[in-house]
Design a protein around this ligand. Structure first.
Ligand SMILES: [Fe+2]
Ligand SMILES: [Fe+2]
Length: 168
């Protein structure tokens, strides 16, 4: 599957391709989150990452459910976008010395991940509805709501304390 072979001909093909993209992304995020848990110092942030790791496992299961509902094979396609976001997160956090500044950096990286997921789920939900698959859209919307809630929580933790501590 790739753009060069031009095997994406219909909106349905594009929906399946993008579903495989977020499937890959979620699995990469599942691998990356334990590292972020390990690097975080603030207990609330650490617990937040742990909680989102559990949610991410649920996201993978829901994406698998959508593959099944839609009658296609659960398969991953490479997603260079999420690879880049996670690679940069790793690079930056490796370069930060101060633990409070590191927490701020981890939040920024995590929010980049959440926003990537939000844009993918937003698109997938819109296409699922267009394709008459409100059943798929409803399942995907559960993931979107958890990504949005996580993003809001990260903003709250950053603005209520982490950024202040990092600036000291
Ligand atoms: Fe997710
Ligand atoms: Fe997420």
């Amino acid at each position: 599957m790739g753009f060069f072979s031009k095997d994406i001909k219909t909106l349905d093909d594009l929906f399946v391709h993008t579903l495989r993209d977020i499937y890959y992304a979620e699995k990469q995020i599942e691998k990356a989150l334990p590292k972020m848990v390990g690097k975080a110092t603030d207990p609330q942030l650490k617990a937040g990452f742990e909680k989102h790791l559990e949610q991410t496992k649920g996201h993978i299961e829901r994406v698998e459910e959508v593959f099944e509902l839609h009658g296609v094979k659960a398969k991953q396609v490479n997603c260079p976008a999420i690879d880049g976001i996670l690679e940069e997160a790793d690079d930056v956090s490796g370069d930060v010395d101060d633990k409070d500044v590191l927490d701020a950096a981890l939040i920024a990286s995590a929010q980049a991940v959440e926003h990537y997921e939000m844009t993918r789920y937003g698109t997938l939900i819109a296409w699922a509805k267009q394709l008459g698959r409100s059943d798929c859209a409803n399942v995907l919307a559960k993931n979107l709501r958890e990504e949005q809630a996580t993003d809001r929580k990260l903003t709250e933790i950053a603005e209520s304390k982490i950024n202040l501590q990092a600036a000291e």
